[in-house]
Ligand binder design. Structure first.
Ligand SMILES: Cc1cc2nc3c(=O)[nH]c(=O)nc-3n(C[C@H](O)[C@H](O)[C@H](O)COP(=O)(O)O)c2cc1C
Length: 362
């Protein structure tokens, strides 16, 4: 099952293993152009059925961390073309994850010093990395957000659509909209963070309006079957409250996405527990609501764990994160039952090649 191919009407994947999106902070903050080391990192991992890139900010103001490569201008698209070519030459497929950090940000990360963008003015009680006095990263509390105006909200939709267009130009096979983990689109969903009283706040339909406008704009650009949406049900990360009505919220969204006929719904269980529990009601409810491919993520480390959720029919693909950092040939290791190398979390967001492109294949 795990090693079987997957296809929809426009895409064919060699196996059911996706590499989960992982921010690695290896670009230069000044231009956010992906470099040769980034190309090599993805090339090494091209045996995944589908690579989902690290989150790529869709504009300068969408940035929330230091040194994340972006996708808002031609130079960045040309840089990514090198990566997608290298992945394709190895027979792999790669989606761009499009990202707006919203209030999880700091003015020091933005070229024009603009403050973080939020649905409302409640700051994120979490930290990010900004350049210190000597340029080296230092951690800092997230900045005071400004509530996006109606015009700015339309601008955000345009930024996502423009990034999707650049993604196609850069040779990506599709795009994933980062709607999870407490970033801008998830901030709009969250009833504690979103205090708006206009068409983008209040009811569930209003709180998901921005995400669905982004989906529609991107689907018009790249075709619905090349679109994935990521959600993190129950996830408290980045100062979210756990959704008060999860069994209403996420299946509602899944039905809306199903109506739009998008290719993929990516579900990340931050706590790596309920997604592995066959009796939990979330995945069956999403399966009923959404008939494209469901990608499941969170704590999948072994072939039997992956095959269990595929076998239940609750997912079509499994996304694996940290094990891919330290095992570039993870697919082959899972296939052969070889031992997995351990990752070093000190180099997750460090600079340079160590802990990035120097993990050997078997
Ligand atoms: C270093 C690191 C960076 C991450 N960056 C992102 C990201 O850019 N976008 C995203 O949606 N999730 C991100 N995640 C979450 C992963 O996609 C994944 O959901 C998480 O690692 C759980 O999967 P695992 O248990 O297989 O590692 C990141 C995780 C790690 C460890």
């Amino acid at each position: 099952m795990l090693f079987d191919s997957y296809a929809n009407s426009v895409l064919a994947l060699a196996n059911r293993i996706a590499m989960a999106p992982m921010t690695r902070c290896r670009a230069d903050h000044a231009d956010a152009v992906p470099n040769d080391m980034i190309r090599e990192y993805y090339r090494q991992r091209a045996s995944a059925g589908l690579i989902i890139s690290e989150g790529l900010p869709v504009s300068d103001r969408a940035r929330g961390y230091l040194n994340t490569p972006g996708l808002w201008n031609e130079a960045q698209a040309a840089g990514w073309k090198q990566t997608t070519d290298a992945v394709h030459a190895e027979g792999g497929r790669i989606f761009a994850q499009l990202w707006h950090c919203g209030r999880v940000a700091h003015a020091a990360l933005h070229a024009d010093g603009s403050s973080p963008a939020g649905p409302s003015i409640r700051p994120a009680a979490t930290q990010t990395m900004i350049p210190g006095p000597d340029g080296k990263p230092v951690s800092a509390d997230c900045g005071q957000p400004q509530a996006l105006s109606m015009q700015e909200i339309h601008g955000v939709v345009d930024e996502f659509a423009h990034a999707a267009k650049l993604a196609m130009q850069a040779g990506f096979d599709g795009v994933e909209i980062h709607g999870a983990n407490g970033y801008l689109l998830d901030q709009f969903r969250c009833p504690r963070v979103n205090n708006r009283s206009d068409a983008y706040g209040g009811s569930l339909a209003n709180r998901y309006r921005l995400l669905l406008e982004v989906v529609d704009a991107i689907a018009a650009e790249v075709g619905p079957k090349r679109v994935a949406v990521r959600q993190s049900p129950y996830g408290p990360g980045n100062d979210m409250i756990v959704d008060p009505e999860p069994m209403k919220t996420y299946p509602w969204l899944a039905r809306e996405l199903n109506r739009r006929d998008i290719g993929f719904l990516h579900i990340y269980c931050q706590t790596a527990d309920w997604i592995h529990d066959a009796r939990h009601s979330m995945m069956p409810a999403l399966r009923d609501a959404f008939h494209g491919a469901i990608i499941a993520c969170g704590g999948f480390k072994t072939t039997p764990a992956c095959e269990a959720i595929l076998g239940r029919g609750h997912a079509d693909l499994v996304a694996i994160g940290k094990p891919f950092i330290s095992n570039p040939d993870l697919v082959e290791r899972l296939r052969s039952g070889a031992e997995l190398a351990r990752w070093d979390n000190r180099t997750f967001y460090a600079s340079g090649a160590a802990g990035y492109v120097d993990y050997p294949a078997l």
